[in-house]
Each structure stands twice: as C-alpha cells, then as structure tokens.
Design a protein around this ligand. Structure first.
Ligand code: SER
Length: 594
C-alpha cells in the first residue's frame, strides 16, 4: 500500500460513516493563537470543538499536515518525526466512545480495510486522577470489541490524556492503539507507552470532554467531542512490515540520497558524537519539515515560526557537517528537491513554491556558515574563561546570536566540559514565552479590531498590495499584515529595497484610486471561482466552500476576511511612512491615512 492509498481508505471509511472531508490547511494556525504550528488535526477545529457550528456538520474527517517539535530530541529513532501527516475523524457533539472505538477496530482489522492482525494490537486507557475518573468504560468497550483484558493497559495522565494543545482549551482522556513490531522488549517492564519503539503508537482516540481554563480548572464541555489522530508514516510502515518510518516511500528516496553522498567515503565521521544513522535521519526529517514550513510562507528568522524553521535547517546542516558532507553539495536543497517530488501530487503548492523553498534553504545554510566561524571564536573565548563549565547564558548566547544549536555546543565541548542545560532551558523558555506573546498579540490585532480607522486601513492595504504589484511585478505576494487604528504594516516578497521614486509611484497609484471614489464590492464564491476571477491574497482553503472576495473595480480583487469600507473615497489620503526589510527576501511598508 502507498501513502495515498492509506489516506484514501481512511477517508472513504469515515465518509461511509457519514463524515465530511475537510481541507488540509496551513501549518500556521489560524484559529489557535496558543501554538506556533498546527501540531494535530484538531487545531483548525478549536472553535468548533468549543461549540461553534461547523459548515461540514458534526462528523468530520481529514488528512492534516503537522509540525511537532516537542519531541525533536527523539528524532533519529524509529518513529518520531517533526513533520508528519495525521489522519483524523471528529465528532462535534455527536457520537462518543462506543462508536469511536468500534470503528477504529473495524478500520484496522477488517480484511476490507487495513487487515491488521488483531493479535498485534494493544491499547492503553486513562488510569484516572483528581481531574477525571478511571476510564473503565473505554476498557470495557475494547474488550467487547476484540482486545483481550491482558492487552489493555491503564496509564496515568502523562500518557493517556490529550491536550490542551496550548495552555488552555479542549482536552480529555484518550485511548491509544499500539502495534507490536515484534522487536525484543527493552526490559521486563516494557509495555505499550514505553518509548523504546517495540510498541508503536499508531492511533490516538481522544474523548474530548473538558475545557482547561486559564485558572487550571477542568470544566465539563457542554458539547462532548471525539478527536482522533492516526500517524500516516507510522501506519504505512507497519502495514509494509518496515522497522521504521524512514523505510517508507515517504522517506526512502531521501535516505538513499544521503547514503549515496556518504558511500565510498572515509569512515572518520563515525567518531562524531551523534551516531551516523541518527544524523542521516535528522537531516531527512528536518529538511522535510523545513520544506513544508517554507511552503506555508514562513522564512527563517529569530522569532516565532521563523525561529523554529531556522533551528531545523541549522540542526540538519550541522549533522551534514558532522557527516562531512561538503557545503558545496547543497544537501538541504537536494533533499528538498526529493521531498517536493515525493509529495507534489498531494501538495501541488510545493511545485509553485519550489524556487522560493530552494532559495531560502540555500540562503540559510550560507548564513549559518558565516555564524559558524564567528561563533567558534566566541566559543573559544568562553572556554578560555572557564575550562570546566559553560553557563546557560553563554550557551544561549551561542544559540541565539550565532545560531549554535545546543547540540553543537555540546559536541564542541565534548565530555570534559559541563553545560548548564537547565540554565539554557530557562533562557530558552523565556525567549519562547516572549515569542508566543508576540504570536498571540498578532492574532488579536487581526481578528478583533473592527474600528472605523482599522477598517479603512484594511481597504488601503488592498490598494497598496495591487499598487506594489504594478510597480514591482507579480512576484509581490503578501507575507503578513498587521493593522491597528494608527497605521498599517504590510510585509511582501521582494528582494531589494524600494527606491524613493518607486515609493512615490506606489503612493501616487493608491491616491489616484482613492480619488476615483470607487465602491468596494464583496462576493462570496468558491476558492476555484476566486482563482478563476484572478483574485490575489492568501489562498489557504477555508472551512466551508465559500470565501469572501473583495473587488475595487478592476483595480483590485483579493481574497480576504474583511472588514472593509463601502467606498474608497472614505480613505482620505494615503501616505507611506517607512519602508524597510522584514525577514530576508521580505520587505515591510508602514503607512497611514491622513
Ligand atoms: N489530538 C490528538 C493527537 O494529536 C488526536 O488527534 O494525538
């Protein structure tokens, strides 16, 4: 079976059970400001899990791309990946435990579907604590369905509870389904839930019945939901009898490429502290994740998602260095090329963004090379200062300013110098907190503010976007925007600084349009129709079939959630205040209306 067949089977199965297929959306969450990335299929559904009506109904199914960096240290083992695809089915206040468990069992074991040997399966259920009772009910249903008592394990919250994805939100006890790979137990204690890889978790069924509030309380949700997640890479691997996800068609061509680069080479690299096997997997995993994050429009930076992207590319580049793959071989670009080839049918956007993805990877590798030399000097000074210990602050300084992942510092320090990892983690967490706050603020700014001044600036942003395309070319694409009642800020793709003449021309075009006193027309249509109409803007598929398209005569036509003015004469006069660089390859304009 290949990955597309597995995905199709899952979707067909749940369609037969009355589910509606929902789109595979961006890795950058739109509805959940508490996280930087879509880490599970449930993210795009948060408002609906909390009670909002979903246009697709109460039963939904999807295949969702995800990024999860909480397990980044595990990457390199058999089963952990930072990028993966997750199949999921949801009940929004409809069916609950019984149907969920029975259908999962049917899909896994029925000869018509995956035909997995039931004896290979075991499950874990929630053991209960002060927040919620022991899940005897789930265990009973499993037993009735076909999993014998001795293969049902009760585990604590750390293992059998899901969510909330951020600090607050929908969550609940879960039951996890494991496949026995046939490997030896790592110890006599080894059982499902042990991280050695013998039992591979393939599907998690969450009984989402609580909302964790900001005070730490677990409040019963009025609407009880089901949220399930099946890992595509893992399930494919076990169906094909592989030992890990790197042997599947979703990784194999990448691993072959890296192997090819190493063949016939001296074995010196085997002395590095990361094992070569692990290093290869890290390169494959991280560059795949980076390719998809780039596809979704993020560029490497020191903030938010851009920071994670940078870290992934640098960790991969570092591993390539440790394996002595030369910089000139452009390993990240070569890997990305293969990733694009593997996924191009499921994600045609990869082809549209190919040039951008490869360019950004190359640039980030170059930057890291520069930092590496400077950072090594600083590292030398730190060691001269104290030959026994590297403080958390110093380690973080190397990480933050010179782009040294902590593993690199660790490698350089070898065994005789201690690194204050705790101090490093503290600094790191502090940084993440700031970065999350930034993300939360951005989210609010976009959705909550419908004041008159802000509304005008939203419309002005459309005029600006189109004027930039006229002056600079059609490569100009929106990369972000932030609007408050005082000013608009617009980020867009363009390599060079704008000249004063160009800025003047842009301003002039916008003001000419305003003087034409044109009405702003809103129409709802499908994404396809919007594309046909030539609309620009962020073409992420939204829930439901319809998107809003705002047009200003034939000057501007853009997909957008609004709000906008009725007639552009309301805008007054448009003035650019500042032009500068955002992240690399992205320019930023701040402008006002007077
Ligand atoms: N949210 C759960 C998970 O990510 C099930 O989808 O495991």
């Amino acid at each position: 079976m290949n990955s597309q067949e597995l995905i199709n089977k899952y979707i067909d199965f749940f369609k037969q059970k009355g589910h509606t297929l929902i789109p595979n959306v961006s890795l950058i969450p739109e509805h959940d400001p508490s996280v930087l990335f879509t880490t599970a299929g449930m993210h795009p559904l948060v408002p609906f899990l909390l009670g909002q009506k979903h246009p697709g109904g109460k039963r939904l199914v999807s295949n969702q791309r995800c990024i999860r960096t909480t397990d980044i240290k595990e990457v390199g083992d058999a089963w952990h990946n930072t990028f993966f695809e997750m199949l999921g089915n949801w009940s929004l206040g409809d069916y609950f435990k019984e149907d969920t468990i029975k259908w999962a069992y049917e899909f896994l074991t029925s000869p018509q579907w995956l035909n997995i040997n039931t004896e290979k399966l075991s499950v874990t259920v929630f053991a209960g604590d002060e927040d919620a009772p022991r899940d005897e009910q789930a265990a009973e249903i499993w037993q009735e369905t076909g999993i014998p008592k001795e293969r049902i394990y009760f585990l604590p919250k750390s293992e059998n509870w899901w969510g909330p994805a951020g600090k607050i939100g929908p969550c609940g006890p879960d039951t996890e389904i494991f496949y026995d790979t046939g490997q030896k137990k790592c110890s006599s204690e080894c059982k499902p839930g042990c991280s050695c890889g013998k039992n591979c978790e393939i599907w998690n069924l969450v009984f989402m019945q609580y909302d964790k509030t900001s005070t730490g309380e677990y409040k019963e949700l009025k609407q009880k939901n089901i949220d399930t997640g099946m890992g595509v890479e893992r399930t494919l691997a076990i169906l094909e009898g592989y030992e890990n996800s790197y042997q599947t068609e979703l990784f194999k061509p990448i691993m072959d490429l890296i192997e090819e680069k190493l063949s016939g080479r001296s074995q010196d690299y085997r002395e590095v502290s990361t094992s070569p096997e692990k290093a290869k997997k890290i390169i494959a995993d991280h560059i795949k994740a980076a390719t998809f994050i780039l596809m979704d429009g993020i560029t490497p930076s020191n903030l938010d998602q851009g920071y994670v992207l940078r870290r992934l590319i640098r960790r991969a580049t570092l591993q390539a260095k440790l394996l002595e793959i030369e910089k000139k071989e452009n390993v990240s670009q070569q890997v990305a090329n293969i990733v694009i080839d593997i996924y191009k049918e499921r994600y045609p956007n990869l082809l549209d963004k190919k040039e951008f993805i490869l360019k950004e990877l190359g640039k980030e590798e170059d930057r890291f090379e520069l930092c590496l030399a400077k950072g090594l000097k600083v590292f030398g000074k730190i060691i001269d200062k104290n030959r026994k210990k590297i403080s958390g602050q110093d380690a973080f300084h190397l990480y933050d300013t010179y782009g040294f992942p902590i593993e690199l510092t660790q490698d350089l320090a070898r065994d005789d110098i201690k690194i204050d990892r705790e101090g490093f983690n503290k600094e790191f967490k502090e940084h993440q907190k700031l970065s999350r706050k930034g993300a939360a603020k951005k989210f609010k700014g976009g959705l909550a503010d419908h004041t008159e001044a802000t509304t005008k600036l939203h419309t002005a942003t459309h005029l600006l976007h189109q004027a930039l395309r006229q002056i600079l070319g059609d490569h100009v694409e929106q990369k972000g925007s932030n609007i408050n009642p005082e000013r608009l800020r617009f980020d867009f793709t363009h390599q060079e600084k704008l000249s004063p003449e160009q800025l003047e021309q842009v301003e002039q075009i916008v003001n000419e349009q305003i003087q034409k006193a044109l009405p702003v027309k809103m129409e709802e249509m499908t994404v396809e129709q919007a594309k046909e109409k030539g609309a620009i803007g962020l073409f992420e598929e939204k829930y439901g079939d319809k998107v809003k398209v705002y047009s200003i005569n034939d000057f501007s036509c853009e997909i957008c959630g609004g709000p906008h003015v009725k007639n552009i004469k309301e805008l007054g006069e448009f003035k650019i205040k500042k032009e500068g660089s955002g992240s690399s390859g992205v320019r930023r304009i701040k402008a006002i209306l007077i």
